[in-house]
Write a protein that binds this ligand. Sequence first.
Ligand code: B12
Length: 211
Amino acid sequence: MNNEKQELYDAMIAYKVPGIQAAVDKARKAGMSPEEIIENLGLGMTEVGVLFERGKLFLPHVLSAAAGMKSAMDVLGPEMLKNGTASAVKASVVMGTVEGDVHDIGKSICSTMLQCAGFDVHDLGRDVPKGDFIKEIKGGCKMCGMSALMTTTMTVQKDVIEMLKAEGIRDQVKVMVGGAPVTQAYCDKIGADVYGESASETTRKAKELKI
Ligand code: B12
């Protein structure tokens, strides 16, 4: 890791919003791209999760790190869109964190990166009722991305796929699934089309889909 990357990661683990903002400013001045900055903050956020699980950090620390991530996204998201190299608008994608789940940091990173790649992203936010994904697909979205961060909510991804089958519209949409507990094996098991481990992998795979 070069200096700026390490500083972004370290600032995230130190979970203080001003420290995260300062590291972001420094990285921008050093010429790092918004995409790269977000990826490195994301790595730090994942480590915050690990430290939380080990009891080394507590909920207020996680909330503070999440607030720092959000403040960075507020600045870098519009910048990424402005600099977006995407020309033609690709397919419409509905994105959301599934019902019962409020974790939206990773999903929002994916949405922003997809937008930058030229997709027309309809981000429904978090705790999205199952039927809202279906409505968007009936309204013309050709791709559907569902995020789930808990073992208790990842089953909702499967429920939505079953609802699509029941409605007879499963073939009209490519379903992408992601979130920390989700794996390629789970994606295959529930019959989703794409598993994305990270925002960059998601964007690459979305671009490769034949729609
Ligand atoms: C931050 C965080 C929170 C924040 C969320 C803030 C926010 N606005 O998102 C707060 C503090 C609010 C929170 C709350 C809770 N949390 Co929490 N949280 C986390 C934590 C520490 C980090 C998650 C994160 O942001 N990671 C960083 C991002 C960048 O990574 P990511 O989300 O994985 O996203 C990447 C990829 O997965 C992928 N991706 C993500 N989405 C998608 C979607 C698609 C379509 C694709 C293709 C790819 C993709 O790309 C992303 C970018 O690279 C995790 C720990 C962990 N190991 O994940 C726990 C964790 C997820 N939380 C957990 C729990 C239990 C909770 C609570 C229930 C706690 C409580 N008792 O109240 C509540 C949930 C309430 C609810 N109903 O949802 C557990 C879940 C356990 C389980 N059952 O599986 C975890 C694992 C921690 C733990 N070990 O206990 N949490």
